[in-house]
Design a protein. Structure first.
Length: 605
């Protein structure tokens, strides 16, 4: 099945309503009377999609207490590029809020000046405009979520609390590349989890507030995303002997980096990233000083798609300029030379030079703007970032894949000329060779889909084409697949299931439009599948949404058995199921998706 119009499952978690206006009647946190207060850290994440950039203004983030009090948690409107969050969670704000139980969260979004660029099947960057259901340009939108009883936010003095907001771009947008101009219908699918996820990387950005070398901690004045002024609270992260540092372009490890940061001036820019352990971020790597992209320099971030001598083409380019502005460019030119200082975390900079930067590598480059589309880093520096790729296994040992995407970019975009030691050994997207070193790959087989994380091999040095640090079989990844099912063409269906039990839903696909994607790759063999089973995860816990259009009715459920009961209740009431969107782990042999996260949209007859 070839969708000329990419249909993405769209759901709005909207009890307070989606539409014009950002909602009024709220008071700032200081205006809500309370005997005590507590600290709440809010992070924002996203699931993967086809967006190169999704820049939107977040105008408010409010909590509603049981007694009706409304607390605003962000001090000012903030521009967020949600496409940056597909691999991590960003600390958005650390707010001091009155103690109590909060049962609803609302997020205000302003699309008036949104910049949204999607990637088509060929990898071309296509700007789109955000519209509502009627096709009118979208302006203000408020998404309000009532939290399930077991997942309300409880704030108490002395007990830090956390909330993760998950804005699923793939499930929140219906992309139409056929219309002129190309558009995207936006109906935000937002989930709220009262905790931070242990198996996901988290990032905090801000200005240096304090360093405690005895405790091994750093406290920042939080400035999330591309904010250049104000303070979004204070966050403390931990470091250890394995923390990798880059401070003013110089690499350090462990306590050496902490000591160096302790000598830095207050308000030095800092970015830390790593897992959350015991409610605190433990930094795997830290950037500080002039190594931070927004530290008063001209900085280009993007993916190298071609190279001619020392002139590199960078696609999906994000620019942080010395005048404190941020911009996106579909394509930019980067100039390097013998005096370019090249670094990469965990690699001795002495072994890197300008020829270490090859096609497919994600880079952060510091230099001078020579015109509107060129950054000269011949006397500047370039940091090579860890880069992700996805592919279908052609050969397991040594690992060779047919590329699905490299650094999130479709293979057709890349010009691999010059990547090999000879023309005959230039990288080939259909047989992309990966050095896995000592990584264990005994579970991989031909036709498996894998995600690989590492660095592209040096320009002119292939094969191998890529140097892996981690390899993940998507079949074993909890959110490796995305299922989208639609009966919209028939106005919904009253008989969507072949069977329903407490831990299994058998979906009848015979009359539905349906697509299954693994790492953004459509499974063509699934196009004609007559059925698929949705299975409960091992602990039966998840995040499930059942929404009813027109009635503005929504149900948020956290266990699979409750989900199946609610689905049967909706069908018994005569409502028609129109759409399903589910993330999970797909087993082709069993034609089953184990899903910890799914959404179901009904319409009333």
């Amino acid at each position: 099945m070839n969708f000329r119009r990419l249909i993405l499952c769209v759901f709005a978690w909207v009890l307070g309503g989606c539409g014009g206006g950002s909602g009024g009647g709220s008071d700032p946190a200081g205006a809500v009377a309370a005997a005590t207060t507590g600290e709440l850290t809010i992070g924002i994440r996203d699931a993967s999609g086809d967006f190169l950039t999704y820049d939107v203004d977040v105008t408010s983030l409010r909590l509603l207490r049981e007694n009706g009090d409304v607390v605003e948690t962000v001090p000012l409107s903030t521009r967020i590029d949600f496409s940056e969050l597909t691999e991590l969670t960003e600390f958005f704000t650390v707010a001091t809020v009155p103690s109590g139980t909060y049962t609803r969260v609302s997020l205000g979004l302003d699309f008036s000046n949104a910049e949204i660029v999607v990637q088509d099947d060929a990898g071309n960057a296509v700007p789109v405009i955000a519209v509502d259901d009627a096709g009118a340009p979208l302006t203000h939108l408020t998404v309000s979520i009532r939290l399930p009883g077991a997942d309300v936010v409880r704030i108490a003095s002395g007990i830090p609390a956390a909330v993760t907001l998950d804005f699923d771009l793939a499930a929140s947008n219906e992309i139409d590349l056929i219309s002129v101009p190309a558009s995207v219908v936006v109906q935000p699918f937002l989930s709220v989890i009262p905790e931070f996820e242990r198996d996901r990387s988290h990032r905090v950005r801000g200005l240096l507030g304090a360093v405690n070398t005895t405790a091994g901690t750093v406290t920042l004045k939080v400035r999330p995303f591309h904010v250049r002024a104000g303070e979004f609270g204070r966050a403390t992260f931990a470091t250890n002997d394995a923390t990798q540092w880059e401070i003013d372009g110089v690499a350090y490890l462990g306590d050496e980096g902490l000591t160096q940061l302790a000598s830095a001036a207050l308000d030095t820019p800092v970015v830390a990233q790593g897992p959350v352990v015991g409610r605190r971020l433990t930094a795997a790597h830290v950037l500080a000083g002039s190594s931070v992209p927004w530290a008063g320099a001209n900085v280009l971030t993007g993916v190298v798609t071609a190279r001619a001598a020392d002139s590199l083409t960078v696609r999906g380019a994000h620019l942080d300029l010395a005048n404190d502005t941020h911009a996106f460019a579909r394509e930019f030119t980067l100039l390097v030379g013998p005096d370019t200082h090249v670094t990469a975390l965990a690699i001795n900079p002495g072994v890197l030079d300008e020829d270490s930067i090859s096609i497919g590598q994600r880079v952060v480059a510091f230099g001078e703007l020579t015109d509107d589309h060129t950054l000269d880093a011949t006397r500047g520096r370039v940091r090579m970032e860890l880069t992700h790729l996805g592919g279908v296994v052609v050969q397991a040992d040594p690992l060779v894949v047919d590329l699905i995407a490299l650094a999130g970019v479709r293979p057709a975009v890349f010009d691999f000329s010059g990547t090999g030691a000879a023309t005959a050994t230039d990288a080939n997207a259909e047989r992309y060779e990966i050095d896995t070193a000592l990584l264990g790959l005994r579970s991989l087989e031909a036709d498996d889909i894998v995600r690989v994380r590492g660095l592209v091999n040096a320009f002119g040095a292939a094969p191998p084409d890529f140097l892996a640090r981690t390899v993940i079989d998507v079949d074993s990844e909890p959110a490796g697949a995305l299922l989208l099912v639609s009966w919209l063409a028939h106005g919904g269906t009253t008989e969507p299931f072949l069977g329903v039990s407490a831990d299994r839903i058998d979906v009848d696909l015979s009359a539905a439009r349906h697509v299954l994607k693994q790492f953004d790759m459509t499974d063509a063999a699934f196009d004609h599948a007559p059925r698929i089973a949705l299975l409960a995860p091992a602990d039966a816990r998840g995040i499930y949404l059942v929404a009813v259009r027109g009635a503005r009715e929504v149900h948020v459920l956290r266990d699979f058995a409750s989900l199946t009961s609610e689905l049967l209740r909706q069908l018994s009431a005569g409502n028609r199921l129109t759409r399903i969107g589910a993330h999970g782990r797909y087993n082709a042999a069993d034609e089953a998706l184990t899903t910890p996260r799914a959404s179901f949209e009904f319409t009333q007859p």
